[in-house]
Design a protein around this ligand. Structure first.
Ligand SMILES: *Cc1c(COP(=O)(O)O)cnc(C)c1O
Length: 495
Protein backbone atom coordinates (compact mmCIF):
# COMPACT_ATOMS: atom_id res chain seq x y z
CA UNK A 1 0.00 0.00 0.00
CA UNK A 2 1.28 3.45 -0.96
CA UNK A 3 0.48 6.83 0.55
CA UNK A 4 -0.59 10.01 -1.27
CA UNK A 5 -0.96 13.66 -0.27
CA UNK A 6 -4.07 15.55 0.84
CA UNK A 7 -3.17 18.78 -1.01
CA UNK A 8 -1.75 17.18 -4.17
CA UNK A 9 1.90 16.92 -5.20
CA UNK A 10 4.32 19.82 -5.68
CA UNK A 11 6.55 18.08 -8.23
CA UNK A 12 9.47 18.04 -5.77
CA UNK A 13 8.35 15.46 -3.23
CA UNK A 14 7.71 11.92 -4.49
CA UNK A 15 4.25 11.27 -5.91
CA UNK A 16 3.53 8.24 -3.77
CA UNK A 17 5.45 7.02 -0.77
CA UNK A 18 5.55 3.84 1.30
CA UNK A 19 4.40 3.80 4.94
CA UNK A 20 7.95 4.04 6.33
CA UNK A 21 8.60 7.25 4.38
CA UNK A 22 5.27 8.77 5.42
CA UNK A 23 5.95 8.22 9.11
CA UNK A 24 9.58 9.40 9.05
CA UNK A 25 8.75 12.47 6.91
CA UNK A 26 5.16 13.31 7.86
CA UNK A 27 4.84 16.69 6.12
CA UNK A 28 3.57 16.35 2.55
CA UNK A 29 3.45 18.84 -0.37
CA UNK A 30 1.93 22.29 0.29
CA UNK A 31 1.72 21.57 4.03
CA UNK A 32 -0.61 18.60 3.48
CA UNK A 33 -0.74 15.18 5.11
CA UNK A 34 -0.16 11.63 3.91
CA UNK A 35 -3.16 9.34 3.48
CA UNK A 36 -3.46 5.74 2.28
CA UNK A 37 -4.17 5.49 -1.45
CA UNK A 38 -7.05 3.16 -0.68
CA UNK A 39 -8.40 1.37 2.37
CA UNK A 40 -8.61 -2.40 2.78
CA UNK A 41 -12.08 -3.91 3.31
CA UNK A 42 -13.37 -5.92 6.22
CA UNK A 43 -16.63 -7.85 5.87
CA UNK A 44 -18.90 -9.81 8.22
CA UNK A 45 -16.78 -12.94 7.70
CA UNK A 46 -13.74 -10.98 8.94
CA UNK A 47 -15.67 -9.74 11.97
CA UNK A 48 -17.03 -13.18 12.72
CA UNK A 49 -13.59 -14.77 12.69
CA UNK A 50 -12.23 -11.79 14.68
CA UNK A 51 -14.69 -12.60 17.45
CA UNK A 52 -12.58 -15.70 18.15
CA UNK A 53 -9.33 -13.75 18.29
CA UNK A 54 -7.40 -11.56 20.72
CA UNK A 55 -6.76 -7.82 20.39
CA UNK A 56 -3.19 -8.46 19.28
CA UNK A 57 -4.18 -11.05 16.67
CA UNK A 58 -6.79 -8.72 15.19
CA UNK A 59 -4.28 -5.86 15.15
CA UNK A 60 -1.81 -7.98 13.18
CA UNK A 61 -4.55 -9.13 10.78
CA UNK A 62 -5.53 -5.53 10.05
CA UNK A 63 -1.94 -4.35 9.68
CA UNK A 64 -1.46 -7.16 7.14
CA UNK A 65 -4.47 -5.94 5.17
CA UNK A 66 -2.79 -2.52 4.92
CA UNK A 67 0.24 -4.26 3.38
CA UNK A 68 2.78 -1.74 4.70
CA UNK A 69 6.57 -1.95 4.34
CA UNK A 70 7.29 -3.08 7.91
CA UNK A 71 8.44 -6.66 8.50
CA UNK A 72 6.03 -8.95 10.31
CA UNK A 73 8.56 -9.59 13.09
CA UNK A 74 8.77 -5.86 13.81
CA UNK A 75 4.99 -5.48 13.86
CA UNK A 76 4.70 -8.42 16.24
CA UNK A 77 7.16 -6.82 18.64
CA UNK A 78 5.42 -3.45 18.37
CA UNK A 79 2.03 -4.96 19.12
CA UNK A 80 3.46 -7.03 21.99
CA UNK A 81 3.79 -3.73 23.88
CA UNK A 82 0.06 -4.05 24.63
CA UNK A 83 1.06 -6.93 26.93
CA UNK A 84 2.23 -4.32 29.45
CA UNK A 85 -1.27 -2.82 29.71
CA UNK A 86 -3.36 -3.64 32.81
CA UNK A 87 -4.74 -6.81 31.21
CA UNK A 88 -2.58 -8.26 28.43
CA UNK A 89 -5.56 -10.15 27.00
CA UNK A 90 -7.89 -7.12 27.01
CA UNK A 91 -5.84 -3.93 26.54
CA UNK A 92 -9.10 -2.05 25.84
CA UNK A 93 -11.79 -3.43 28.15
CA UNK A 94 -15.42 -2.69 27.29
CA UNK A 95 -17.63 -1.74 30.26
CA UNK A 96 -21.41 -1.59 30.10
CA UNK A 97 -22.91 1.45 31.91
CA UNK A 98 -26.45 1.49 30.44
CA UNK A 99 -28.52 -1.14 28.61
CA UNK A 100 -27.38 0.29 25.30
CA UNK A 101 -24.19 2.15 26.32
CA UNK A 102 -20.69 0.65 26.44
CA UNK A 103 -17.46 2.38 27.38
CA UNK A 104 -14.39 1.51 25.32
CA UNK A 105 -11.65 2.11 27.91
CA UNK A 106 -8.62 3.18 25.93
CA UNK A 107 -6.50 4.37 28.87
CA UNK A 108 -5.08 1.21 30.43
CA UNK A 109 -1.54 1.82 29.15
CA UNK A 110 1.55 3.15 30.95
CA UNK A 111 0.61 6.87 30.96
CA UNK A 112 -3.15 6.38 31.61
CA UNK A 113 -4.32 8.19 28.47
CA UNK A 114 -5.47 6.80 25.12
CA UNK A 115 -2.39 8.30 23.43
CA UNK A 116 -0.58 5.11 24.52
CA UNK A 117 -2.76 2.98 22.20
CA UNK A 118 -1.01 4.47 19.19
CA UNK A 119 2.26 5.81 20.58
CA UNK A 120 3.41 2.57 22.19
CA UNK A 121 3.63 0.53 18.95
CA UNK A 122 4.47 3.62 16.86
CA UNK A 123 7.54 4.43 18.97
CA UNK A 124 8.89 0.93 18.54
CA UNK A 125 8.43 1.04 14.75
CA UNK A 126 9.99 4.48 14.37
CA UNK A 127 13.05 3.52 16.38
CA UNK A 128 13.37 0.32 14.34
CA UNK A 129 13.32 2.31 11.07
CA UNK A 130 15.90 4.78 12.38
CA UNK A 131 18.23 1.89 13.32
CA UNK A 132 17.71 0.20 9.97
CA UNK A 133 18.62 3.42 8.14
CA UNK A 134 21.48 3.99 10.58
CA UNK A 135 20.26 7.51 11.22
CA UNK A 136 19.78 9.58 14.35
CA UNK A 137 16.42 11.31 14.76
CA UNK A 138 15.39 14.16 17.01
CA UNK A 139 11.72 14.34 17.84
CA UNK A 140 10.42 17.66 19.09
CA UNK A 141 7.10 17.73 20.90
CA UNK A 142 5.04 20.45 22.55
CA UNK A 143 2.40 19.23 24.94
CA UNK A 144 -0.51 20.54 26.91
CA UNK A 145 -0.63 17.36 28.95
CA UNK A 146 -1.20 13.86 27.56
CA UNK A 147 0.91 13.72 24.41
CA UNK A 148 4.15 14.58 26.23
CA UNK A 149 4.09 11.72 28.76
CA UNK A 150 3.01 9.17 26.13
CA UNK A 151 5.69 10.29 23.65
CA UNK A 152 8.41 10.22 26.30
CA UNK A 153 7.34 6.83 27.60
CA UNK A 154 7.40 5.19 24.19
CA UNK A 155 10.84 6.54 23.23
CA UNK A 156 12.54 6.09 26.62
CA UNK A 157 15.85 4.24 26.06
CA UNK A 158 15.05 3.61 22.38
CA UNK A 159 18.11 3.55 20.10
CA UNK A 160 18.65 6.24 17.42
CA UNK A 161 15.93 8.53 18.80
CA UNK A 162 16.14 11.55 21.04
CA UNK A 163 13.13 13.48 22.26
CA UNK A 164 12.85 17.06 23.45
CA UNK A 165 9.49 17.85 24.96
CA UNK A 166 8.29 21.37 25.75
CA UNK A 167 5.48 21.97 28.21
CA UNK A 168 3.90 25.17 29.55
CA UNK A 169 5.00 25.61 33.19
CA UNK A 170 1.82 25.59 35.29
CA UNK A 171 -0.29 24.60 32.26
CA UNK A 172 -0.49 20.86 32.96
CA UNK A 173 -1.80 18.85 35.90
CA UNK A 174 0.72 17.83 38.60
CA UNK A 175 0.45 14.21 37.47
CA UNK A 176 1.12 15.07 33.84
CA UNK A 177 4.09 17.28 34.79
CA UNK A 178 5.62 14.61 37.02
CA UNK A 179 5.12 11.94 34.34
CA UNK A 180 7.50 14.04 32.24
CA UNK A 181 9.94 15.62 34.66
CA UNK A 182 10.79 12.38 36.49
CA UNK A 183 11.87 10.62 33.26
CA UNK A 184 15.29 9.05 33.81
CA UNK A 185 16.15 7.88 30.32
CA UNK A 186 19.23 9.75 28.96
CA UNK A 187 17.75 10.19 25.45
CA UNK A 188 14.92 12.40 26.75
CA UNK A 189 14.93 16.10 27.59
CA UNK A 190 11.98 17.93 29.09
CA UNK A 191 11.88 21.73 29.18
CA UNK A 192 9.30 23.89 30.92
CA UNK A 193 8.42 27.15 29.16
CA UNK A 194 7.31 30.43 30.73
CA UNK A 195 3.98 30.85 28.95
CA UNK A 196 0.96 28.83 27.86
CA UNK A 197 0.59 25.89 25.47
CA UNK A 198 0.34 28.19 22.43
CA UNK A 199 3.67 29.76 23.41
CA UNK A 200 5.27 26.30 23.66
CA UNK A 201 3.80 25.24 20.33
CA UNK A 202 4.77 28.48 18.59
CA UNK A 203 8.31 28.22 19.93
CA UNK A 204 8.48 24.75 18.44
CA UNK A 205 7.08 25.85 15.08
CA UNK A 206 9.61 28.69 14.91
CA UNK A 207 12.46 26.25 15.54
CA UNK A 208 11.17 23.78 12.96
CA UNK A 209 11.07 26.56 10.37
CA UNK A 210 14.51 27.96 11.23
CA UNK A 211 17.19 27.22 8.57
CA UNK A 212 20.05 27.80 11.04
CA UNK A 213 18.53 25.33 13.51
CA UNK A 214 18.18 22.70 10.79
CA UNK A 215 21.69 23.35 9.55
CA UNK A 216 23.14 22.99 13.04
CA UNK A 217 21.32 19.66 13.39
CA UNK A 218 22.45 18.39 10.02
CA UNK A 219 26.05 19.27 10.95
CA UNK A 220 25.54 16.85 13.81
CA UNK A 221 24.00 14.27 11.41
CA UNK A 222 20.68 14.48 13.20
CA UNK A 223 17.39 14.39 11.30
CA UNK A 224 14.16 15.89 12.53
CA UNK A 225 10.90 14.01 12.73
CA UNK A 226 7.55 14.46 14.44
CA UNK A 227 5.39 12.16 16.48
CA UNK A 228 2.35 14.43 16.57
CA UNK A 229 -1.16 13.23 16.02
CA UNK A 230 -1.16 13.82 12.26
CA UNK A 231 1.51 11.15 11.78
CA UNK A 232 -0.16 8.26 9.95
CA UNK A 233 1.95 5.86 12.01
CA UNK A 234 -0.31 6.80 14.91
CA UNK A 235 -3.58 6.86 12.96
CA UNK A 236 -3.22 3.27 11.76
CA UNK A 237 -3.34 1.99 15.35
CA UNK A 238 -6.38 4.18 16.07
CA UNK A 239 -8.50 2.35 13.50
CA UNK A 240 -8.13 -0.95 15.30
CA UNK A 241 -9.70 -0.30 18.69
CA UNK A 242 -12.92 0.86 17.01
CA UNK A 243 -13.11 -2.47 15.21
CA UNK A 244 -12.22 -4.30 18.40
CA UNK A 245 -15.04 -2.60 20.34
CA UNK A 246 -17.53 -4.17 17.92
CA UNK A 247 -15.77 -7.52 18.22
CA UNK A 248 -15.97 -7.22 22.01
CA UNK A 249 -19.73 -6.58 21.79
CA UNK A 250 -20.01 -9.68 19.55
CA UNK A 251 -18.00 -11.70 22.06
CA UNK A 252 -20.30 -10.56 24.88
CA UNK A 253 -23.43 -11.22 22.79
CA UNK A 254 -24.43 -7.54 22.92
CA UNK A 255 -24.83 -7.03 19.17
CA UNK A 256 -25.89 -9.25 16.29
CA UNK A 257 -23.24 -9.76 13.62
CA UNK A 258 -23.68 -7.09 10.93
CA UNK A 259 -26.07 -4.94 12.94
CA UNK A 260 -24.96 -1.29 13.21
CA UNK A 261 -23.89 0.72 16.28
CA UNK A 262 -23.14 4.30 17.22
CA UNK A 263 -19.78 5.48 18.46
CA UNK A 264 -19.13 8.67 20.44
CA UNK A 265 -15.72 10.33 20.44
CA UNK A 266 -14.45 13.17 22.66
CA UNK A 267 -12.52 15.09 20.03
CA UNK A 268 -9.62 17.50 19.81
CA UNK A 269 -7.25 17.02 16.91
CA UNK A 270 -9.69 14.47 15.37
CA UNK A 271 -7.24 11.53 15.28
CA UNK A 272 -9.53 9.26 17.26
CA UNK A 273 -12.53 10.27 15.13
CA UNK A 274 -10.56 9.79 11.92
CA UNK A 275 -9.72 6.24 13.05
CA UNK A 276 -13.46 5.59 13.42
CA UNK A 277 -14.15 7.13 9.99
CA UNK A 278 -11.56 4.87 8.33
CA UNK A 279 -12.98 1.84 10.20
CA UNK A 280 -16.45 2.75 8.90
CA UNK A 281 -15.14 3.09 5.33
CA UNK A 282 -13.42 -0.28 5.67
CA UNK A 283 -16.78 -1.88 6.43
CA UNK A 284 -17.30 -1.67 10.19
CA UNK A 285 -21.09 -1.15 10.56
CA UNK A 286 -21.03 2.25 12.31
CA UNK A 287 -24.40 3.97 12.06
CA UNK A 288 -22.96 7.41 12.84
CA UNK A 289 -19.80 8.80 14.44
CA UNK A 290 -20.97 11.23 17.13
CA UNK A 291 -18.42 13.95 17.84
CA UNK A 292 -18.35 15.37 21.38
CA UNK A 293 -16.72 18.73 22.12
CA UNK A 294 -16.42 21.12 25.04
CA UNK A 295 -17.17 24.84 24.67
CA UNK A 296 -14.32 25.08 22.15
CA UNK A 297 -17.03 23.86 19.81
CA UNK A 298 -15.51 24.51 16.38
CA UNK A 299 -16.10 20.88 15.31
CA UNK A 300 -19.76 21.08 16.33
CA UNK A 301 -20.11 24.18 14.15
CA UNK A 302 -18.39 22.53 11.19
CA UNK A 303 -20.50 19.38 11.33
CA UNK A 304 -23.81 21.13 11.94
CA UNK A 305 -23.37 24.20 9.66
CA UNK A 306 -20.53 23.39 7.22
CA UNK A 307 -18.56 26.45 8.32
CA UNK A 308 -15.10 26.28 9.94
CA UNK A 309 -14.68 29.77 11.33
CA UNK A 310 -11.62 30.82 13.33
CA UNK A 311 -12.42 34.54 13.18
CA UNK A 312 -13.29 36.11 16.53
CA UNK A 313 -12.59 32.88 18.34
CA UNK A 314 -10.06 32.39 21.07
CA UNK A 315 -9.26 29.26 22.96
CA UNK A 316 -11.21 28.82 26.19
CA UNK A 317 -9.85 26.88 29.14
CA UNK A 318 -12.01 23.99 30.26
CA UNK A 319 -11.83 20.99 32.58
CA UNK A 320 -11.28 18.78 29.51
CA UNK A 321 -7.99 20.40 28.42
CA UNK A 322 -6.99 17.75 25.85
CA UNK A 323 -10.01 18.90 23.81
CA UNK A 324 -9.16 22.62 24.07
CA UNK A 325 -8.24 23.06 20.46
CA UNK A 326 -9.34 25.28 17.57
CA UNK A 327 -7.27 23.95 14.68
CA UNK A 328 -8.24 20.32 14.43
CA UNK A 329 -5.63 18.94 12.05
CA UNK A 330 -7.00 15.53 11.10
CA UNK A 331 -10.25 16.96 9.69
CA UNK A 332 -8.17 17.57 6.57
CA UNK A 333 -7.97 13.84 5.89
CA UNK A 334 -11.76 13.52 5.91
CA UNK A 335 -12.04 16.50 3.54
CA UNK A 336 -9.55 14.84 1.21
CA UNK A 337 -11.34 11.51 1.33
CA UNK A 338 -14.66 13.10 0.46
CA UNK A 339 -13.75 16.01 -1.82
CA UNK A 340 -10.28 15.28 -3.27
CA UNK A 341 -6.95 17.12 -3.17
CA UNK A 342 -7.82 20.22 -5.23
CA UNK A 343 -10.76 21.11 -3.01
CA UNK A 344 -8.88 20.22 0.18
CA UNK A 345 -6.00 22.51 -0.78
CA UNK A 346 -8.49 25.30 -1.51
CA UNK A 347 -10.28 24.86 1.84
CA UNK A 348 -7.09 24.63 3.89
CA UNK A 349 -5.63 27.72 2.18
CA UNK A 350 -8.85 29.64 2.88
CA UNK A 351 -8.56 28.65 6.53
CA UNK A 352 -4.98 29.88 6.67
CA UNK A 353 -5.57 33.13 4.80
CA UNK A 354 -9.16 34.12 5.60
CA UNK A 355 -9.48 32.14 8.85
CA UNK A 356 -12.70 30.58 7.53
CA UNK A 357 -13.96 28.04 5.01
CA UNK A 358 -17.50 27.12 4.04
CA UNK A 359 -18.60 23.79 2.63
CA UNK A 360 -21.26 23.69 -0.10
CA UNK A 361 -24.62 22.22 0.91
CA UNK A 362 -23.88 18.95 -0.86
CA UNK A 363 -20.45 18.76 0.82
CA UNK A 364 -22.10 19.33 4.20
CA UNK A 365 -24.64 16.60 3.45
CA UNK A 366 -21.79 14.24 2.65
CA UNK A 367 -20.05 15.06 5.95
CA UNK A 368 -23.31 14.46 7.83
CA UNK A 369 -23.66 10.99 6.31
CA UNK A 370 -20.89 9.94 8.67
CA UNK A 371 -20.80 12.49 11.49
CA UNK A 372 -23.06 14.32 13.91
CA UNK A 373 -21.82 16.59 16.67
CA UNK A 374 -22.79 18.31 19.89
CA UNK A 375 -20.91 20.10 22.67
CA UNK A 376 -21.35 20.64 26.39
CA UNK A 377 -19.95 22.88 29.10
CA UNK A 378 -17.97 21.96 32.21
CA UNK A 379 -21.04 22.06 34.47
CA UNK A 380 -22.74 19.38 32.34
CA UNK A 381 -19.60 17.23 32.44
CA UNK A 382 -19.36 17.48 36.22
CA UNK A 383 -23.00 16.44 36.60
CA UNK A 384 -22.32 13.33 34.52
CA UNK A 385 -19.18 12.48 36.50
CA UNK A 386 -21.20 12.72 39.71
CA UNK A 387 -24.19 10.82 38.36
CA UNK A 388 -22.13 7.87 37.14
CA UNK A 389 -19.88 7.88 40.22
CA UNK A 390 -23.04 7.42 42.30
CA UNK A 391 -23.93 4.48 40.07
CA UNK A 392 -20.44 3.03 40.60
CA UNK A 393 -18.66 4.01 37.39
CA UNK A 394 -15.78 6.50 37.41
CA UNK A 395 -15.16 8.46 34.21
CA UNK A 396 -12.77 11.33 33.50
CA UNK A 397 -13.88 14.83 32.36
CA UNK A 398 -13.12 14.15 28.66
CA UNK A 399 -15.17 10.98 28.64
CA UNK A 400 -18.02 12.81 30.42
CA UNK A 401 -18.48 15.22 27.47
CA UNK A 402 -19.75 12.24 25.45
CA UNK A 403 -22.93 11.84 27.51
CA UNK A 404 -24.44 14.89 25.81
CA UNK A 405 -24.18 13.10 22.46
CA UNK A 406 -25.62 9.92 23.96
CA UNK A 407 -28.59 11.83 25.35
CA UNK A 408 -29.32 14.06 22.36
CA UNK A 409 -27.97 12.52 19.13
CA UNK A 410 -28.60 8.78 19.39
CA UNK A 411 -31.75 8.64 17.27
CA UNK A 412 -32.13 4.88 16.78
CA UNK A 413 -32.36 2.07 19.36
CA UNK A 414 -28.90 0.70 18.59
CA UNK A 415 -26.00 -0.07 20.90
CA UNK A 416 -23.60 2.78 21.47
CA UNK A 417 -19.85 2.72 22.19
CA UNK A 418 -18.35 5.69 23.99
CA UNK A 419 -14.58 6.12 23.70
CA UNK A 420 -13.01 6.83 27.08
CA UNK A 421 -9.73 8.66 26.55
CA UNK A 422 -8.19 9.10 29.99
CA UNK A 423 -8.19 7.59 33.44
CA UNK A 424 -9.71 9.75 36.17
CA UNK A 425 -6.33 9.83 37.97
CA UNK A 426 -4.97 12.36 35.49
CA UNK A 427 -7.65 14.92 36.33
CA UNK A 428 -8.31 14.24 39.99
CA UNK A 429 -8.98 17.85 41.18
CA UNK A 430 -11.82 18.26 38.64
CA UNK A 431 -13.17 14.85 39.66
CA UNK A 432 -13.26 15.78 43.33
CA UNK A 433 -14.91 19.13 42.54
CA UNK A 434 -17.58 17.25 40.58
CA UNK A 435 -18.22 14.73 43.31
CA UNK A 436 -18.21 17.15 46.22
CA UNK A 437 -19.92 19.88 44.17
CA UNK A 438 -17.38 22.41 45.37
CA UNK A 439 -14.81 24.58 43.62
CA UNK A 440 -11.90 24.23 46.03
CA UNK A 441 -8.48 24.24 44.36
CA UNK A 442 -7.18 20.81 45.39
CA UNK A 443 -3.68 19.59 44.62
CA UNK A 444 -3.55 16.43 42.50
CA UNK A 445 -2.26 14.43 45.47
CA UNK A 446 -5.05 15.57 47.80
CA UNK A 447 -7.67 14.97 45.14
CA UNK A 448 -6.37 11.50 44.23
CA UNK A 449 -6.61 10.46 47.86
CA UNK A 450 -10.00 12.16 48.25
CA UNK A 451 -11.52 10.32 45.28
CA UNK A 452 -9.94 7.03 46.19
CA UNK A 453 -11.52 7.25 49.63
CA UNK A 454 -14.90 8.60 48.56
CA UNK A 455 -15.44 6.14 45.69
CA UNK A 456 -13.41 3.15 46.95
CA UNK A 457 -11.25 3.04 43.84
CA UNK A 458 -7.53 2.34 43.90
CA UNK A 459 -4.84 4.61 42.47
CA UNK A 460 -2.49 2.69 40.14
CA UNK A 461 1.07 2.61 41.48
CA UNK A 462 2.42 4.24 38.31
CA UNK A 463 0.48 7.35 39.42
CA UNK A 464 0.98 7.24 43.20
CA UNK A 465 4.73 6.51 42.83
CA UNK A 466 5.19 9.72 40.83
CA UNK A 467 5.01 11.82 43.99
CA UNK A 468 8.02 10.01 45.50
CA UNK A 469 10.24 10.09 42.45
CA UNK A 470 13.10 12.52 41.91
CA UNK A 471 12.44 15.38 39.53
CA UNK A 472 15.25 15.22 37.00
CA UNK A 473 14.14 17.87 34.53
CA UNK A 474 13.60 21.00 36.59
CA UNK A 475 14.52 23.65 34.01
CA UNK A 476 11.92 26.27 33.15
CA UNK A 477 13.14 28.80 30.58
CA UNK A 478 12.04 31.70 28.39
CA UNK A 479 11.24 30.91 24.78
CA UNK A 480 14.47 32.42 23.45
CA UNK A 481 16.54 29.97 25.52
CA UNK A 482 15.02 26.79 24.09
CA UNK A 483 17.45 26.37 21.21
CA UNK A 484 20.46 26.67 23.50
CA UNK A 485 18.91 24.11 25.87
CA UNK A 486 18.39 21.67 23.01
CA UNK A 487 21.99 21.89 21.81
CA UNK A 488 23.26 21.63 25.35
CA UNK A 489 21.30 18.37 25.66
CA UNK A 490 22.46 17.03 22.28
CA UNK A 491 26.10 17.80 23.06
CA UNK A 492 25.92 16.06 26.42
CA UNK A 493 24.06 13.09 24.95
CA UNK A 494 26.76 12.73 22.28
CA UNK A 495 29.56 12.37 24.84
C1 LIG B 1 -5.73 13.66 22.94
C2 LIG B 1 -6.94 13.51 23.76
C3 LIG B 1 -8.23 13.74 23.23
C4 LIG B 1 -8.46 14.21 21.81
O1 LIG B 1 -8.17 13.22 20.86
P1 LIG B 1 -8.01 13.59 19.32
O2 LIG B 1 -7.62 12.32 18.67
O3 LIG B 1 -6.92 14.62 19.25
O4 LIG B 1 -9.32 14.12 18.84
C5 LIG B 1 -9.33 13.52 24.06
N1 LIG B 1 -9.17 13.15 25.34
C6 LIG B 1 -7.95 12.95 25.89
C7 LIG B 1 -7.87 12.58 27.33
C8 LIG B 1 -6.79 13.11 25.13
O5 LIG B 1 -5.58 12.92 25.68
Amino acid sequence: MMFIETRGNDGVKPNKVPFSFAILNPSASFGGLYVPENLPKIDTAFLESASKKSYKEITLDILKLFNIDIEEEVMKKAVALYDAFDDAKEPTPLSQIEDDLFVNELYHGPTRAFKDMALQPFGYILSHLAQKLDEQYLILAATSGDTGPATLDTFANKPNIKVVCLYPDGGTSDVQRLQMTTQKSPNLKIIGIHGNFDDAQNALKTLLASPSFKEALSNKHIKLSAANSVNFGRIIFQIIYHIYAYVAMLKQGKVELGKPFYTIIPSGNFGNALGAYYAKKMGLPIEKILIASNINNILTDLITTGVYDLRNRSLLQTTSPAMDILISSNVERVLFDKFGSTRTKELMEALKEQKIYTLTSSELASLQEDFEAVYCDDAFGKEQIRHYAQKGYVMDPHTATCLKAYQTLKAKPLPCVLCSTAEWTKFAPTMLNAIKQDSIKYSDKEALEGISKALHVSIPTCISDLFNETVIHDKVVDKDKIEAEIFDFLNKAAQ
